[in-house]
Design a protein. Structure first.
Length: 268
């Protein structure tokens, strides 16, 4: 195990991080310095980062939609590209919130709860429900969601209150969409340190999406929308899948964030 001096300078941090293969060594050094509780804590954080842990797991948080989202070992780290999905969801939730009752939002496969937290933080009066099958993710999501909503543990729709059926205005489902054979091609930070259930989407990457779509219409309110992230190469098949159960599907793309989102709306 590599040992570090109890006092580390910025220059030493940068040199050590760069030698470990960290491309943005200067930025990471600044984050480590600003987060560490002291010299011993800084040395421990550096050691974990050099060992290959994701920076966000080392820091204990990830920046997402301007928020610090708590993350930890075994929890999927929210990606910046997913901010595009949240932006689409905020617009839809804002329109739904014009009704007498607050918009009802469900965040499936919520992981750290980043999506639901960011959406609820952007609007007033959202009724937020989130769920994930991974106990570590649920614990993390409950810290992030706090008083903004309720987090349930279970598989997809199973743990949600039956009273939500037919009432959901915005259904966020950041389902895993990496084809099984491609999981081993992912960077080690994801492949080794994030739960496989949050990455592996089955043979063609759309297995979990199909399960969500199979029930989505029963949960969505008339005019309510399902939003899912996918890859550019899967977009056409994902759109077809979302539209296969009576939802009106469309694809929206952000070239800046390299993000592709499929939106399926239940007809009124």
């Amino acid at each position: 195990m590599q040992e570090f001096a109890p006092s580390l300078t910025f220059s030493t941090l940068v040199t050590t991080l760069r030698a470990a293969g960290c491309v943005f060594a200067e930025d990471e050094a600044e984050l480590l310095l600003s987060t560490a509780s002291g010299p011993a804590g800084l040395a421990a954080m550096l050691e974990r980062r050099v060992a290959g842990l994701p920076l966000e797991h080392v820091l204990g948080w990830a920046e997402f939609c301007g928020l610090r989202i708590s993350v930890g070992p075994g929890v999927f780290v929210p990606r910046r590209r997913t901010e595009f999905l949240v932006a689409q969801a905020v617009a839809l939730a804002r329109a739904a919130a014009l009704a007498p009752a607050p918009a009802v939002v469900v965040d499936l496969c919520c992981g750290s709860g980043a999506l639901g937290t960011a959406l609820a933080s952007s609007l007033d009066g959202v009724e937020l429900h989130a769920a994930d099958v991974e106990p570590a993710a649920v614990r993390c999501a409950r810290r992030n969601v706090g008083g903004l909503g309720t987090v349930y543990e279970g598989d997809l729709f199973a743990p949600l209150p039956r009273s939500l059926r037919g009432r959901v205005d915005v259904l966020l489902a950041n389902v895993p969409y990496v084809p099984t054979e491609d999981v081993e091609l992912l960077p080690a930070e994801a492949r080794v340190h994030e739960p496989r259930v949050a990455l592996d989407g089955g043979g063609d990457g759309l297995d979990v999406l199909r399960r969500v779509v199979a029930e989505a219409t029963d949960w969505l309110a008339p005019g309510g929308s399902l939003l899912v992230e996918t890859s550019e190469r899967q977009a056409a098949r994902a759109e077809e899948t979302v539209g296969s159960r009576g939802l009106v599907a469309r694809v929206v793309v952000s070239e800046e964030l390299y993000a592709t989102v499929v939106i399926g709306t239940r007809p009124r």
